[in-house]
Design a protein around this ligand. Structure first.
Ligand SMILES: *[C@@H]1O[C@H](CO)[C@@H](O)[C@H](O)[C@H]1NC(C)=O
Ligand SMILES: *[C@@H]1O[C@H](CO)[C@@H](O)[C@H](O)[C@H]1NC(C)=O
Ligand SMILES: *[C@@H]1O[C@H](CO)[C@@H](O)[C@H](O)[C@H]1NC(C)=O
Length: 226
């Protein structure tokens, strides 16, 4: 009985942990790009300290990927975002300023590298990346409601502490879509999104074989943006 009691306690603890909803942020596209994400970094940090959220994620992915890039790469990535996606560049600059205001060394160029995480993480410079393919299902309930269930095999586990739900509001103040992701503040985007009555989408990691050369990927990013 004592064992069962402890087991129940443990499973309910795990469930509470798993079911705690990530914080919600409203992204209002009527606001200037530079200040649109104001408050979002603090929203995450009010739930989890930097040392248990952003820091372990930066440490792991610096080791596997970003430490293999040099100053010219970071500079070129920042310039690519500024020239191909000027509005995104302003958003990333605003997010970098929020980190700087808290004393954390997260620059616009570093966030630009995160924006290209998927492209760069499929290059030949990657060291032991923990890349697993995610899964998603779309299901219809008896009453006709459609739901999307999506997992994210994120690494490290602390990445879950960066998760943000966003509600995006368009230039007329109407809801545009709802999204959820842990990369949101590192890329200004989401990899899972739902637009009521229209569609739900998600990205899935797939392996590249053979892997591409970093120089070739950088050339594409500089030329095309994506
Ligand atoms: C990660 O790498 C970037 C770019 O080199 C650096 O600015 C930052 O301080 C690093 N962060 C950690 C936690 O190592
Ligand atoms: C960065 O690495 C690239 C090769 O990927 C090289 O061409 C370039 O000269 C390096 N830049 C610096 C500043 O080390
Ligand atoms: C997430 O943050 C909490 C503190 O808010 C911490 O106790 C927990 O260990 C962190 N999760 C991971 C997987 O690091």
């Amino acid at each position: 009985m004592a064992f069962l009691g402890r087991w129940r306690l443990w499973t309910s603890f795990l469930l509470t942990q798993a079911l705690e909803l990530p914080p919600r942020f409203t992204l209002d596209l009527r606001k200037p790009a530079h200040t649109r994400w104001d408050g979002a970094v603090d929203l995450i940090l009010s739930k989890h300290p930097y040392e248990e959220s952003f820091l372990p994620v930066f440490q792991e992915h610096n080791k596997s990927l970003f430490d293999q890039l040099n100053a010219s790469h970071f500079d070129a990535l920042g310039k690519a975002v500024s020239s191909h996606y000027p509005e995104t560049a302003l958003e990333l600059q605003g997010i970098a300023q929020q980190f700087a205001a808290r004393g954390f060394p997260v620059t616009f160029e570093y966030l630009s590298a995160w924006l290209y995480f998927h492209e760069l993480a499929h290059s030949d410079v990657v060291q032991k990346l923990d890349a697993r393919e995610c899964t998603g299902i779309v299901a219809e309930t008896a009453d006709g409601s459609i739901m999307q269930l999506a997992n994210m095999d994120q690494s490290p586990l602390a990445a879950r502490n960066l998760t943000l739900r966003i509600s995006v509001v368009d230039d007329k103040g109407e809801p545009l879509f709802e999204g959820v992701d842990w990369y949101t503040l590192l890329s200004t985007g989401v990899s899972r999104a739902v637009k009521r009555g229209v569609a739900s989408v998600q990205e899935n990691w797939r392996s590249t074989d053979p892997v591409r050369k970093l120089d070739a990927i950088m050339a594409d990013i500089q030329r095309l943006g994506r």
